[in-house]
Ligand binder design. Structure first.
Ligand SMILES: Nc1ncnc2c1ncn2[C@@H]1O[C@H](COP(=O)(O)OP(=O)(O)O)[C@@H](O)[C@H]1O
Ligand SMILES: CC(=O)OP(=O)(O)O
Ligand SMILES: [Mg+2]
Length: 372
């Protein structure tokens, strides 16, 4: 089956054509352009021809434990989750609508980042908030980057020939998260109710003392739309440096002696190490740490800087292996914990899920899971 996969990230729009698990082609656009002028969908069809199905990544699926065929009702439900993932959800809904218009009658499958974490233990998913707020289990930690975690888990098991591993999956792209995985199941993860919690990111703040935010709202100088914009678009690396938050720009500025860029990288790495340390506590032992996502894949030296501050967990990098390319072990032989660099292939997970759902014969319009 030929599946067109569409993955709107916070800084990029990635399209791929996967045929029976084999990659026919991959193309990446800047996030803002691609959806605005429907270039991604039209270019993909021009280049690869009409697929048999399309799969679209939605970061927020509410409580849905697995993928679902898209119909108007599902799209409306997913759009209602827009304020919980404003950098992603509207783009995903827009692209799913576009596919339905451009390729009528094509089965379109929505795959959710949150599904991988749908079995999070209560201790990890529950916020210590008033019982009345959490009783319906909606105001809780959902977790994101699930398609990336699913792929990293699968690939790590393949490379190390063991599917019972205790893994930390560090997704370091525009969004950043750390997930503790116990024999394939998510045990804890740094993103929560929204993809704003946890580590500092390209333009997102990550976790900030809620007291600081209450203080700002209480002064009257800050209203909700301005606070939302600041935390999602003008914080993280971008906020600390006044740049776009792209790591290439930050590292170039640091190399030329820019003090703000140097300090921003320190804060970013410190916060990421804290999340790695915290996530490790949800495992009974630590076998492997996987680094994935655009920054991890293209800036391997940053991983050496990151792990330099993680010797307490026994993390060690082999500089020679860091220089190589592709999915690989990057720790020395005999290291206490095996470190791996794995290319994020959410597209392969999207195609796998769509193929399984379409072949299972569920009629278009069938829905899986509950509305959130
Ligand atoms: N060729 C590259 N060289 C260096 N860094 C890169 C390169 N490509 C991407 N990056 C880094 O990866 C980040 C985007 O990561 P990615 O996981 O693709 O993002 P998204 O969150 O949009 O899915 C960019 O901000 C950039 O810092
Ligand atoms: C969840 C998230 O932040 O995704 P991305 O890194 O693709 O923007
Ligand atoms: Mg991404």
């Amino acid at each position: 089956m030929r599946v067109l996969t569409l993955n709107p990230g916070s800084s990029s729009m990635k399209a791929a054509l996967i045929e029976d698990g084999t990659t026919v082609g991959v193309q990446t656009w800047d996030a803002a352009d691609a959806v605005a002028d429907d270039r991604a969908v039209r270019a993909a069809v021009r280049r690869w021809g009409r697929p048999d199905a399309a799969a679209v990544r939605f970061v927020h699926g509410g409580s849905r434990p697995g993928p679902a065929l898209v119909d108007d009702r599902l799209l409306r439900q997913l759009e209602r989750l827009g304020s919980l993932a404003p950098l992603h959800q509207p783009l995903s809904a827009g692209i799913a609508r576009l596919v339905r218009v451009t390729l009528p009658d094509l089965p379109v499958v929505a795959c959710f980042d949150t599904s991988f974490h749908s079995g999070l233990p209560e201790a990890a998913s529950k916020y210590p908030l008033p019982k009345a707020w959490t009783a319906q289990n909606r105001l809780r930690r959902y977790g994101f980057h699930g398609l990336s975690c699913q792929y990293a888990t699968r690939r790590c098991a393949e490379l190390l020939a063991d599917d019972g591993l205790r893994i930390l999956c560090c997704h370091i792209g525009s969004g950043v998260s750390v997930t503790a995985i116990r024999a394939g199941a998510s045990a804890d993860t740094s993103m929560g109710f929204t993809p704003l919690e946890g580590a500092a990111m390209a333009t997102r703040s990550g976790s900030v003392d809620p007291g600081l935010l209450l203080y700002l709202l209480g002064t009257g100088d800050m209203d909700l739309p301005r606070l939302t914009d600041a935390l999602y678009h003008r914080s993280g690396l971008a906020g600390m440096t006044g740049t776009s938050g792209d790591f290439r720009e930050i590292l170039a500025a640091r190399a030329s002696g820019d003090r703000d860029a140097g300090a921003a990288v320190e804060v970013y790495l410190h916060r990421l190490r804290r999340e790695i340390g915290a996530a490790a506590m949800s495992l009974d032992r630590l076998d492997a740490v996987v680094f994935t996502g655009g920054v991890a894949e293209h800036q391997p030296w940053l991983l050496a800087e990151l792990t330099d501050g993680l010797s307490v967990l026994g993390l060690e990098i082999d500089a020679g292996r860091l220089r190589n390319a592709g999915d690989r072990v990057i720790s020395p032989d005999g290291a206490a914990v095996t470190l791996l660099s794995i290319t994020a292939r959410e597209d392969l997970e999207l195609a796998r899920a769509a193929t399984a759902l379409v072949l299972s014969g569920r009629a278009p319009g069938a829905r899986e899971g509950r509305a959130s």
